[in-house]
Design a protein around this ligand. Structure first.
Ligand code: MSP
Length: 652
């Protein structure tokens, strides 16, 4: 391999407050795909993953389970590592924030930022959400108490704290985003970040004194009560894993090529992290790529909601590579996706079975019947140059799509050569070629189909390593940097070979294989308190929580007409509406719909309003009702009366 260019790919490090679900598997599988591609293309690749083990959230999770924090962190960290090993994730290092080298590296980073004048001591007074491990000013809280991100109750914190001068970096960050338009991917997310930074950055509290499960400050600070804010500690993992602050052994891999994250942690990675790096005098990563969420029934899958899907169970039932393909193909990167077995089965039967598996069966059948398994490509260009050109044109488009994080389009484009191949068999009818004595043409067709399968399987390998290795064995070639260079990027065809018959790769799936996807709570013992709470909530009959009619009529639903609409200043999500529901004055409603509707779209339209909800404050503005809406993977739409109705007409 001639090229020694370095490529560093990272996943977020996962909290050890519970075990992995498919959201985590998604992040890791995308990163694994990029890392595998990177290696295949000859880059010297380092792929990092690991676990995030400090902070109040973990301390509390351990306490509810009556375990020591370290023992608990060890146990859950192992479940992540074991899952990735089961999934054959090709990580080069699994970092834990409780590792000694990491702790030393974080302390070194703190000292450096302090020496650079970016850290000062003051008192922090404000609200803290333990679940999100985030500070919020009062103006951002819902109802003056609840976290605007996860809705949980926040606690008031007043303590001595060291602060990082984030405010000093506002202009440099904005300049950086402007100079590096691909720093944050997808582009839509970049705009969100820019708007947030333009809104003004406050200095960041980076130490805590009210608990101690965290990295201590460097000794020279002489502050035994302080531990580092968990996000400062966690973000540093990306460089401490390379030896920052200890032996610097692998620091030549920095900066990273792609740092993969979910959209919920974009602010930390696109604002705090670059500011820390600037303060440390280190280069910034090439891409911060934020994917969307896996949801169930439209709600974000999360450990705390107990609606999560166990990735191991799905992979065992449907095949690991099939699961990987599905996740990457089904949802455009950056968008949300609802997990369903039906969609997974459709992808397996259709894309994988009909298009890919069937093509392999066809060439096995064809070469077996007419040529005792032999395949020779010498005449392919003579008879099928047009098809080859079409295939090569598609293959050429692939690589930029992958590192632009358009992975679903990468796979879509990769399927075009398969269409070319299937179409060629239908058009040239090998059985007729043989009947008419055109043996050379039939053999060349064999060579064409085999070459297409080989080229596709090289480029598909990073997504489906096991399946593609099987295809390469059947076609007697090896997937490596050479074949990538010559056959996938170049125009080489296969050397003459004898096809090895293999069993169908994607037997048709008729029925869902999991009677019901078990909530992951059944796999991991939940703290007793939570289990009780969820039982109390419903009279569960086969998953449906029934309520009585009286309970339903306790909700007052009314038709309303939007008589005024404007944007809530500084909010990405909120519109401020005045809605006439037949009362003396219109109701003021703050609705989180701005991503899908402008103020203009809403003006003079009718909506359905929940009219007897306790008023709540959103970004400091009182909301006196809620609008009915429905959201799926294509976005959100309002629920409205089919025909105009008088404002205030009851619904029910
Ligand atoms: N520990 C922090 C990350 C620190 S990185 C320096 C953290 N951990 S997490 O375990 O809560 O989440 C890790 C990753 O999983 C995030 O990228 C998050 O977006 C992703 N997912 C968690 N739930 C998810 C879904 N339901 N769907 C898709 N991915 C989501 O945040």
């Amino acid at each position: 391999m001639s090229c020694h260019k370095k490529s560093y790919i990272t996943t977020p490090i996962y909290y050890v407050n519970d075990i992995a679900h498919i959201g985590h598997a998604y992040t890791t599988i995308i990163a694994d795909t990029l890392a595998r591609y990177s290696r295949l293309s000859g880059l010297d690749t380092f792929f990092l993953t690991g676990t995030d083990e400090h902070g109040q959230k973990i301390e509390e999770a351990a306490k509810t389970r009556n375990k020591s924090t370290k023992a608990y962190a060890d146990e859950i960290s192992d479940t992540f590592r074991n899952l990735w090993d089961d999934f054959d994730i090709s990580y080069d290092k699994f970092i834990r924030t409780t590792d000694d080298e990491h702790i030393k590296g974080v302390q070194k980073a703190f000292s450096t930022m302090y020496a650079n004048g970016d850290i000062y001591k003051d008192t922090y007074k404000g609200h803290y959400c333990i679940s999100c491990e985030t500070f919020f000013p009062l103006t951002q809280l819902v109802d003056d108490e609840f976290c605007p991100e996860c809705g949980k109750s926040t606690s008031v914190v007043e303590e001595d704290s060291y602060f990082f001068k984030l405010s000093n970096y506002q202009d440099r960050l904005l300049q950086y985003y402007e100079d590096h338009p691909n720093f944050i991917l997808p582009k839509s997310k970049r705009n969100e970040v820019i708007r947030f930074v333009e809104g003004g950055l406050m200095d960041l509290s980076i130490t805590r004194t009210s608990f101690d499960w965290g990295v201590k400050l460097p000794e020279e600070m002489n502050e035994p009560k302080h531990v580092m804010y968990v996000w400062l500690d966690a973000l540093m993992n990306y460089i401490t894993a390379l030896g920052y602050g200890t032996d610097d052994a692998k620091m030549d891999y920095w900066s990273a090529r792609v740092q993969l994250i979910g959209k919920d942690i974009l602010r930390f990675h696109a604002i705090y992290w670059p500011a820390f790096l600037m303060s440390l005098g280190l280069p910034l990563p090439t891409h911060i790529a934020a994917h969307g969420w896996w949801t169930r029934d439209g709600e974000k899958m999360s450990k705390s909601k107990g609606n999560v899907v166990n990735p191991k169970e799905v992979a065992d039932a449907y095949g690991l590579d099939n699961f990987r393909y599905f996740m990457l193909r089904e949802v455009p990167f950056g968008g949300d996706g609802d997990f369903s077995q039906k969609a997974l089965i459709d992808r397996i039967n259709s894309d994988l079975g009909n298009d890919l598996g069937n093509l392999l069966n066809r060439v096995i059948g064809m070469s077996g019947k007419y040529f005792e398994g032999r395949v020779d490509s010498k005449d392919v260009a003579k008879y099928y140059q047009a098809e080859l050109d079409e295939v090569h044109a598609s293959l050429e488009k692939l690589e930029p799509l992958l590192f632009d994080m358009q992975i679903h389009r990468y796979l879509e484009e990769l399927w075009r050569p398969l269409t070319v191949a299937n179409r060629a068999i239908d058009r040239y009818e090998p059985w007729n070629l043989m009947k008419n004595g055109k043996e050379d043409e039939a053999m060349a067709l064999n060579g064409l189909i085999s070459a297409i399968l080989a080229k596709v399987s090289i480029m598909l390998y990073p997504v489906m390593p096991e399946v593609c290795t099987k295809i390469s064995k059947a076609l007697d070639f090896t997937i490596d940097n050479n074949s990538w260079e010559n056959m996938a990027k170049g125009t080489d065809l296969l050397e003459p070979f004898v096809l090895t018959k293999i069993d169908p790769l994607f037997p048709r799936i008729e029925e869902p294989r999991l009677a019901q996807i078990e909530p992951i709570d059944k796999v991991v013992e939940k703290p007793k308190k939570e289990v009780k709470k969820s039982k109390e909530k419903s009279n569960d009959t086969e998953g449906i929580a029934f309520i009585g009619i009286d309970q339903f009529f306790q909700t007052s639903l009314k038709v309303g007409t939007v008589v005024e609409a404007s944007e809530v200043p500084k909010s990405k999500k909120l519109l401020l509406l005045q809605v006439d529901i037949g009362e003396e004055t219109p109701r003021q409603v703050v609705a989180g719909i701005k991503e899908w509707y402008s103020a203009e779209d809403m003006l003079n339209t009718q909506v359905c309003v929940v009219a007897n909800l306790k008023p709540a404050k959103l970004m400091g503005i009182e909301s006196q009702g809620m609008l009915l809406a429905s959201k799926d993977k294509d976005g959100l739409c309002m629920i409205r009366p089919e025909k105009p109705k008088t404002a205030g007409t009851p619904i029910g």
